[in-house]
Ligand binder design. Structure first.
Ligand code: PLP
Length: 449
């Protein structure tokens, strides 16, 4: 799809991109993606690239699915827009709330909508504070999260995130947000001789210590990603989540699972908390809810949190013009139905995950790979200079060089943080495409070695 307009020049002249170093981008020029089909994206020169990242961790059903196009078209013709404010609803929003409540763990059946993951996170923070105000405990306001967590990029979501590079330049984090280490990632933070279970208990104990330091009467919630995603694809050590849940219950702290990446089949179940055996009070979700075809996010609350809000005399003065937009909701409904119909959370999903994880393991023998890890259709490679000593590449890491350079040249999209490379392909990827994916990844690594 070559156009006669110079898109690169146009982009360089007028466009400030998210999460980009602009002088670098303007020197090299962006790669222009013009169309996509299945698990492949295509650039303006017609080069086919296997999308190992499902866009930005979101395209569960792959690109160009006619059923989702039809759902959007029908909704746009029938009800192009209406809002959910002032005692109105739409069939789309009502049906979607019902459908999501059938997939969330038992009890988390009250749903409110927003447009992005960050907006859902922002909303969840407000609802948590509102809940404690309604409960007559207005001093319970501190929210604890983990170092290296990623929860989004609004003022509040960036404050909740544990990534200093997103904070300092904007004079964040805001007060009330507390970040604790160690990050629950055994490979990197486990001590010599420490078992994975003992490490998990040390990570959980750090939460208890922080609660006691702040005073349980001041702590509103603990927020975590079931698998930490954008900060480095880190899997929780064995026993971690049940212990976190126990500590939250002990001190009457709300437990919040941020499912923006893990939701909608990514870890093998509908939600990551189901994979890791814990039941939160509050969940945030986005991305996979529409397979990225439309911007939509949601917050799920359990009865305990929802009840005082439902019974309050004050209105829940929160929401957006496009919260639960009918076209986005129609796409989400069809997307969830298709995940069910295709067995992506179920037999087909299990088989694809098994195959994907077995192929990921085959990279363990590569001289650059210190560790592979994954769950469901998430996978990571940890690059090391020395496999024995786990010696790292220079500060800043090496994975970005491989991903932005060799992967793109080779024809596969992966993302990188430091020395970690991630994979998060569409859930509909076939075994043949998984073979191709890992061949391309190995080729890119070989070019680097
Ligand atoms: N929460 C988590 C766990 C995420 O991974 C992300 C984005 O990657 C967000 C929130 C923010 O979502 P969005 O980029 O849609 O605002």
């Amino acid at each position: 799809m070559k156009s006669n307009i110079d898109i690169k020049a146009l982009d360089n002249a007028h466009h400030l991109h998210p999460f980009s170093t602009h002088h670098e981008l303007r020197e090299k020029g962006p790669r222009v993606i013009t169309h996509a089909e299945g698990v492949y994206i295509y650039d303006e020169d017609g080069v086919r690239i296997l999308d190992g990242m499902a866009g930005l961790w979101c395209v569960q059903l792959g690109y160009g699915r006619q059923e989702l196009v039809d759902a959007a078209t029908d909704a746009m013709k029938t009800l192009s827009y209406y809002n959910l404010f002032f005692q109105t609803t739409t069939p789309y929003a009502a049906k979607l709330a019902d459908l999501i409540s059938q997939k969330t763990p038992e009890g988390l059946d009250q749903i409110t909508f927003a447009c992005s993951g960050s907006e859902a996170v922002d909303g969840a923070i407000k609802l948590i504070w509102y809940y404690w105000n309604l409960k007559g405990k207005p001093e319970k306001k501190a929210i604890i999260s983990r170092e290296r967590a990623y929860h989004g990029s609004t003022v509040a979501a960036a404050s909740l995130s544990g990534l200093p590079f997103m904070q300092g330049i904007f004079d964040l984090p805001l007060p009330r947000f507390h970040h604790i280490g160690p990050t629950p990632h055994y490979y990197e933070y486990g001590n010599a001789g420490e078992s994975e279970h003992d490490f998990a208990m040390r990570c959980a104990k750090a939460l208890e210590d922080k609660i006691l330091e702040l005073g349980p009467e001041n702590v509103a919630a603990f927020a975590g990603e079931p698998v930490m995603g954008a900060g480095g694809l880190m899997l929780p050590p064995e026993g971690y989540w049940p212990e976190i849940e126990r500590i939250c219950r002990k001190y009457d702290i709300l437990l919040w699972s941020d499912e923006v990446i893990c939701g909608f089949g990514r870890t093998g179940e509908w939600f990551g908390c189901q994979t890791y055996g814990f039941t939160p009070d509050i969940m945030t979700m986005a991305k996979g809810v529409t397979s990225g075809y439309q911007p939509l996010s949601a917050i799920a609350l359990n009865q305990r949190v929802a009840e005082p809000i439902i019974n309050a005399d004050t209105e829940m003065a929160h929401g957006f013009t496009y919260s639960g937009h009918p076209v986005a909701a129609a796409v989400a409904i069809r997307n969830i139905e298709l995940i069910d119909e295709l067995g992506l959370v179920g037999p087909r999903g299990e088989e694809t995950s098994r195959y994907f994880q077995s192929k990921l393991k085959t990279l363990d023998d590569h001289p650059l790979v210190g560790q592979t890890r994954g769950v469901g259709l998430l996978g990571a490679l940890e690059l090391v200079k020395n496999k024995e000593t786990k010696e790292r590449f220079a500060p800043g890491g090496h994975a970005g060089v491989v991903c932005r350079g060799h992967c793109f040249e080779t024809g596969v999209v992966m993302r990188a943080v430091g020395d970690t490379m991630f994979l998060c392909p569409p859930l509909v990827i076939t075994n043949a495409e998984i073979d191709e994916l890992f061949d391309l990844v190995r080729t890119a690594l070989d070019k680097t070695a």
